[in-house]
Design a protein around this ligand. Structure first.
Ligand code: GLN
Length: 285
């Protein structure tokens, strides 16, 4: 075993200790992800080449990234990418970092649409990185997928990811729109992970999230009024028999189910996430 101070093994250990001392969650994983990025290898490859010695520029780059992480900047923003479902998405501070729960939402929608040949109109509402709609479009080649977001910077990233992951030939439509305000057409399916954390929960949110992720994508000053609007406008933008799939705050799912029925949806289903929380809803027109 080499005792070179500048090899992968030693530097990873030092980086992990440094991040732990700064109270960064997932210190070891982040130390590995950041080093893999500097060395331009897959994370698992680090273990194959544990004795590799880093050059001075590589060490400098690694140090810079670790310092950013020690200030709680999320690893996905430092790397400029996040894996979601079966693709890597470009992300920066203008969009939410895709979450594993949202992968469950995508999987649920696909599970309910096993026919790969169907051609339907689908909207990813509040698209951010575009992770939901792009993953659906990749899995269902005939779906016509549209995206909407309130932020121009998010729409730019949706477009960038769609081009990168789906290719130039796949036609998609993007709308810069405050909910449905600028969307002139209707859909068979609407899928959305809208902002759903009430402002008063801000202090409980981790530093990584609160300091760096876009508040517009996360927080709401008035959950009820935003969601009343969302449910009502979605219903009028659904074709007969169409459905809305929503990710939400587990404390609000019962309220949303009741509101959905009052607003006139014929059926509302609540579904739990893998940790047993009432995270998802389906509203049938
Ligand atoms: N649809 C994106 C995601 O799930 C963005 C969500 C949002 O901005 N609220 O990551």
């Amino acid at each position: 075993m080499s005792d070179n101070q500048d090899n992968v093994r030693t530097l990873l250990k030092k980086a992990e200790d440094f991040l732990k001392k700064k109270k960064v969650p997932s210190a070891r994983l982040d130390a590995e992800l950041l080093l893999a990025d500097v060395l331009k290898v897959q994370r698992v490859k680090l273990y194959v080449d544990f004795e590799r010695v880093l050059s001075t520029p590589e060490k400098d780059q690694y140090r810079e990234k670790l310092v950013e992480r020690s200030k709680f900047r999320p690893t996905a923003y430092i790397l400029g990418k996040k894996s979601f479902f079966d693709s890597d998405f470009y992300v920066d501070e203008n969009v939410l970092i895709p979450r594993p729960e949202t992968e469950e939402l995508v999987a649920w929608v696909l599970e309910e649409h096993p026919n790969k040949e169907d051609s339907i109109q689908v909207l990813d509402l509040c698209s951010g990185s575009g992770c939901i709609g792009i993953s659906l479009a990749k899995a269902r080649k005939n779906w016509e997928v549209s995206f909407s977001d309130l932020a121009e910077s998010a729409i730019a990233i949706t477009n960038r990811n769609a081009k990168q992951i789906l290719g130039d030939e796949r036609k998609i439509q993007t709308y810069l729109s405050d909910l449905f305000e600028s969307i002139p057409i209707s859909f068979d399916r609407i899928v959305s992970n809208p902002p759903y954390i009430p402002d008063k929960e801000k202090p409980e949110v981790m530093d990584d999230v609160r300091l760096y992720e876009p508040h517009l994508a996360l927080f709401l000053s008035n959950f009820e009024s935003f969601h009343n609007r969302l449910l009502t406008e979605a219903r009028s933008h659904l074709n007969e028999g169409g459905t809305l799939y929503l990710e939400t705050h587990p404390n609000w799912s019962a309220w949303l189910r009741d509101r959905g029925i009052q607003i006139g949806y014929s059926k509302v289903i609540v579904r739990q996430d893998l940790s047993g929380k009432d995270r998802f809803l389906k509203f049938v027109k």
